[in-house]
Design a protein around this ligand. Sequence first.
Ligand code: HEC
Length: 87
Amino acid sequence: MVRQDCGSCHGLTLQGGLGPALTPAALRGKPSEGLVATIVHGRPGTPMPPFRGLLDESEAAWVVERLVEGFPADGGPAPTQQTVGAR
Ligand code: HEC
């Protein structure tokens, strides 16, 4: 979902496009609350749309965590947490 919806503006590899890059290097040092607010409410006056309705704050926070950690390059395997939890 992040790759498709966000990738349409931020680039399929999240290196940037219409919107800025969402890579760990680009996001380093930015407060995650601000990034979460950007995702939930959008940024007025820019093409960044609000995702409330699609994502609530905790889901947006999850997305930010994943982005800061580095999103898997190929959409890769499910998060290890789930793999571990399944055992
Ligand atoms: C319609 C195009 C569009 C879509 C879709 C979009 N964005 Fe954005 N996004 C932007 C633009 C443009 C900006 C830069 C806003 C500005 O100039 O401050 C931005 C900014 C951001 C920022 C702040 C980055 C920073 O360095 O401060 C985050 C985080 C972000 N987007 C995450 C997302 C996520 C996650 C999604 C998918 C749920 C998404 N965006 C979908 C256009 C988009």
